[in-house]
Ligand binder design. Sequence first.
Ligand code: NAP
Length: 274
Amino acid sequence: MLLTFKTVFHSQILCRSMSQATNKLSGKVAIVTASTEGIGFAIAERLASDGARVVVSSRRTGNVDRAVKELQEKGLTDIMGLQCNVSKEKDRINLVQETVAKYGGIDILVSNAAVNPAMGGILDCAEPVWDKIFDVNVKSAWQLTQLVAPHMQKAKKGSIIYVASIGGYHPLNLLGAYSLSKTCLLGLSKAVAQQLAPDNIRANCIAPGIVKTKFSSPLHGNEAVYEKMMESVPLGRMAEPSEMAGLVSFLASDDASYITGENFVAAGGMQSRL
Ligand code: NAP
């Protein structure tokens, strides 16, 4: 009974997210990293539904092609797909150069890529794991910002959105280094916001709670683990990826024109005091 209710509720969310599509991003160009599935894909879909021209990317060309095809089949035709592993300089440069070559500029960067190669507490993290987590989750976000900023500065407008995590506020026991990397993004958005504000470029961050994706499958794949975890979620369920996408679209849009340097938690009421 409970599962039936949850299934109906989730399908209502999926239908609702598409019916809420607007034209508020018309004319804007958006790069979304790690956007061939999960939260990134939902963000790409929502930005495109709201009128943006969207560049979809991830490490594997096959995934990029599949995601672009899926979006096009939904009637979202102004989509470009590019292979980009955010931890590779050549890929980051290519992502930005190709976007500017095709669309003439960049209005929105959604830095969404993250990895967690191994579970464990903060003091149990092996150095190579630490380095990989910080390279992908933090350093690449900063490096991509460095690459898009000149284009936004030239246009005197732009919106940058980092995807952090509720773990950035409340470190999760088995995701020690990952959680800390997400805390860094909360600070990155504030630092970037300060430096780029004079050029009318905004930088904000979202911190999702538990969202139903492949990344979180160890949590929702096991009913006992899932039920235990839900005790800390007042709304009593995990989020659908589309429930993160509306917030990103708002922050990318002119509706958020006076909002910068802020971190937004979308975690079903989970505790989020830093
Ligand atoms: P996901 O469903 O597992 O999707 C991961 C995506 O990232 C795929 O498109 C993957 O495609 C791509 N990717 C992985 N490594 C990459 C790299 N180095 N460069 C470029 N693309 C890469 O993950 P998700 O749950 O949507 O997570 C997205 C973001 O939300 C992450 O920043 C994560 O930390 C954050 N988040 C997730 C949750 C949650 O509960 N799911 C909660 C809080 C925050 P390829 O394999 O083709 O590269």
